[in-house]
Ligand binder design. Sequence first.
Ligand SMILES: Cc1ncc(C[n+]2csc(CCOP(=O)(O)OP(=O)(O)O)c2C)c(N)n1
Length: 332
Amino acid sequence: MEKELNPGKRGDVELVADDLDEALLLEMFRKAYTIRRFEQRCVELYREGFIRGYFHPYLGEEGVAVGSIAAIGRDDYIVSTHRGHGHCICKGGDLKLMMAEIMGRETGYCNGRGGSMHIANLDDHNLGANGIVGGGIPIATGAALGIKIKKGGEVVLGFFSDGAANNGVFGESLNLAAIFDLPVVFVLENNHYAVSTPVEYSSRVTDLARRADGYGMPGVTVDGNDAVAVYLETKKAVSRARRGKGPTLIEAKTYRHGGHHVNDPGLYMDQAAMARWKSRDPVDLLRKRLNDDAKIREIEEEVESELAEAVEFAKKSPAPSVEEFLASIEDY
Ligand SMILES: Cc1ncc(C[n+]2csc(CCOP(=O)(O)OP(=O)(O)O)c2C)c(N)n1
C-alpha cells in the first residue's frame, strides 16, 4: 500500500479538519486546480474544433473527487462515470494521455477510441469511466466482491450521480454489497440534475443518503463542495470497509457550474442556487484553507505548464489509423 499522506492519523480516533496537515491540503488544492484548469482548457479546445462528440464538464464538482480519492491509496480502486475527468486526474491520470484520449489521438489512454467518457487506466487502479449511466455501480460492487474472494486489503470507490441512483442496478448492487459486507464505498455525487430533470422531480426523498437504510448500510450526506468534509467522511467509510464491516453510501451534495454537457447552456438550472453554490466554489474553499500564497502560486504555475505540455503533446499526436483500427477489431 502506498505511503499515506497523513500517517498516524488513522485508526479508531476520528479525524477532524484541523488534523489535516498542510502537505495533504496542498496536494488536494493541486488536484482541484488541475481539474478546473484541465476542463476549462478542454472547453476551449472543444470550441476550437479539437474535441468532438460529447464532453461533460465536472466544473463545480471538484471537491467530491479530490476529497474522496485523497482518502484512498494507490492500490485501491475507483470506478468512474461519464463525467469522469476529475476522478481520473485524482487517481493519478497523466494529463498528456488524458488530453490525447479526449482529442481522439492514438497516444491516448484508449488509443483515442474511447474519448472523454471511456478513460480507464489499470496501472492507477482506475477501472474506468462509463457512458452507461449507472453502469459503474455494479462494476464497483463486482470489483469489491473480487477483492473479498481474494482476501485482499483494497477498497473500491464507486462514483455515480443522482440520476444513476434511480437505475435498477443501484438497488441490486447496494443490496449485494451489503449482504456480503463488501469493501466498497458508494460515492453519490448529487449535483441536483439528471440532464435537465431536477432531483426534486425524480425523487420524493431528496436526501439520497437515506436510501442506505433500506439496504442496511450507513448513509451519510456531506457537503460535496468542501473537499475536506468529503475526505473526512470517506476516510471513515474506507476504514470501515477495510475492517470487513462492509459498504457505506456517501451522498456528496454539489452543483454543476453549467449545463449537462459542453453544448447545453443549462437554462433550466436554478440561477439563484447556482450563485449560492458558486459562492462556495470548491477550488476557492481549498485555497482559503492554505496559508502559503507563494506555494499556491508555485502549484498554479506548475499545473499551467503541465497542462500546456499536455495540449501540445495531444495536438502533435497522430489520429488512429484505419488499418490499425480494423486490425484491433480482428484481435477480439
Ligand atoms: C442507461 C442510460 N440511460 C440514459 C442515458 C442518457 N444519459 C446520459 S447522462 C444522463 C443523465 C445522468 O444523470 P446523473 O446520473 O444525475 O449524472 P450527472 O450527469 O448529473 O453527473 C442520461 C440520462 C445513458 N447514457 N445511459
